[in-house]
Ligand binder design. Structure first.
Ligand code: ADP
Ligand code: MG
Length: 461
């Protein structure tokens, strides 16, 4: 027991003693100061010899019984010592401990406030920078988010993060919020989903009998913020009135020098009927895309999840999950959770076999690999796989090779290093081939047909 624990323990015993012993001895109980608790012996010191003698003589049995019950130790007893100077010293120390306890309580209160603020800002504690795995696909977005968190309304305002679902937009955005709440608690942070913003706005104009009052509440809620995090802005599509309101919120905050962070599943230009005014405002600061993580990063994400959930998982199982869930981190996490739940319920460890058994159906759908893609592409162009992977330069082989590379990237999301290695090419060559095909299929019908037919053969469309 440390000092604080000892003091708490003694307070408990003392409370019981006061309840059980006659009032006439209470002053003597109050004169007792605890000095230690070893091997069941609770030593208390008093500055009054009478207190020691009277309590020992008349109440020892009852006092010991109380101690035995509280400590749940049959052999424990109270040892009362008389020592005037020691009792004074202990009293002083005890007051010090009390002061410390008050400080701890104050700190706890501050933490409580903080967690209140977090729930008021709709933040999920899991979404912090510490839990975000950084890779090539998200480094730029991550670094910009950290810069905004460290210096709100600095260089990057607004920060517009976009990318497909499940790639970490909400995570990064909330990480900014957490960082600021913990490091700069004076700033008011608000995380709002666009849907909620719209509903809030609509419900306020609906109650038109109280329109002015309601709108002023709305203004207060959204205009009185230092950092606003607006998620899933694409949901504002085609909603003209809400766009007008959003523009107003944006301008008010921006003009007051406040930080605005926006997340979207696409660029502003692709949000249906987004007004010119908002489109240009969203593009004013820094726009960054999140892309899917490559195989290594996916493995790291799964390992991190295992670590934070205290789960032992074989490397081969990590590889298996990461290989088959390449496009969406949410799905990757979902697969991991499913495997863990199964392992836990059936009291098994997470092995490759167990992972395969649990995710079996997914494997059939997703068991695309470079070999299969190259095989189907070479059959389509009637060339040899060996030639595709070799150095032959005939036009047909070159197209088949470039297309295979393009499809490997599109369908497996593996890194260009990895793809390059498979085709015995440099990663820049793989990247070039990918870009070539990506551009050409926009205009060359023959090529886009080939892509579609090969995908059909691979059963991915
Ligand atoms: P989005 O908002 O882009 O749809 P989320 O931010 O909700 O995606 O991310 C989906 C899930 O994947 C979350 O649980 C998030 O914590 C996790 N996640 C995404 N990217 C990463 C990453 N780089 N490191 C760790 N977890 C990630
Ligand atoms: Mg999201």
């Amino acid at each position: 027991m440390n000092n604080i624990e000892l003091k708490r323990f003694w307070e408990k015993v003392k409370e019981e003693l006061i309840c059980s012993l006659p009032e006439s001895v209470h002053p003597w109980i109050y004169s007792l100061e605890v000095s230690g608790y070893d091997n069941g012996v609770l030593t208390v010191v008093t500055g009054q010899a009478m207190a020691r003698d009277w309590l020992k003589k008349n109440h020892a049995a009852q006092m010991n019984l109380i101690l035995k019950t509280i400590s749940k130790n049959e052999n424990s007893y109270i040892n009362i010592i008389y020592d005037a100077s020691a009792a004074k010293k202990i009293k002083k120390e005890s007051e010090k401990i009390h002061k410390k306890e008050v400080e701890i309580q104050l700190k706890e209160k501050a933490m409580e406030n903080l967690s209140y603020m977090q729930s008021a800002s709709n933040l999920n504690l899991k979404y912090k920078f510490e839990n975000f795995v950084v890779g090539k696909n998200n480094k730029f977005a991550h670094d910009a988010a950290v810069a905004v968190a460290k210096n709100p309304a600095g260089k990057y305002n607004p920060l517009f993060i976009y990318g497909n679902s499940g790639l970490g937009k909400t995570h990064l955005m909330q990480a900014i919020g957490h960082y600021i709440i913990f490091n700069n608690p004076k700033l008011k942070v608000k995380y709002v989903k666009t849907d909620d913003y719209i509903n809030d706005f609509i419900s306020n104009i609906r109650h038109s009998n109280n329109y002015t009052e309601n709108m002023s509440k709305f203004y207060k809620k959204y205009n009185n913020i230092d950092v606003i995090l607006i998620d899933d802005i694409q949901f504002i599509e085609s909603k003209e009135k809400s766009m007008e309101r959003m523009q107003h919120t944006f301008d008010t905050l921006y003009n007051k020098g406040k930080q605005i962070v926006i997340a979207s599943d696409r660029v502003p230009q692709k949000i249906p009927k987004l007004t010119e005014a908002l489109t240009s405002r969203f593009q004013m600061g820094l726009m960054i895309e999140l892309t899917p993580p490559d195989f290594d990063i996916r493995c790291q994400i799964v390992k991190k999840l295992a670590q934070s959930n205290d789960i032992n998982i074989d490397d081969s199982a990590v590889d298996y999950i990461s290989m088959h869930f390449s496009k969406n981190v949410r799905e990757l996490e979902g697969a991991f959770t499913k495997v863990c739940a199964y392992a836990e319920l059936s009291k098994q460890v997470v092995t490759l076999q167990l992972t395969k058994d649990v995710l079996k159906c997914k494997e059939n759908e997703d068991s695309l690999n470079f070999d299969k893609i190259t095989e189907v592409t070479s059959a389509y162009y009637d060339v040899n796989v060996k030639d595709i992977k070799g150095t032959a330069r005939s036009q047909k082989i070159a197209i088949a090779r470039q297309l295979s590379i393009y499809l490997c990237r599109e369908l497996t999301n593996q890194s260009f290093e990895c793809i390059g290695e498979f085709f015995s090419k440099k990663h820049t060559t793989a990247m070039y081939a990918y870009d070539q095909i990506k551009n050409k299929i926009k205009t060359e019908k023959e090529l886009s047909n080939a892509v579609r037919e090969i995908k059909q053969a691979l059963k991915v469309v």
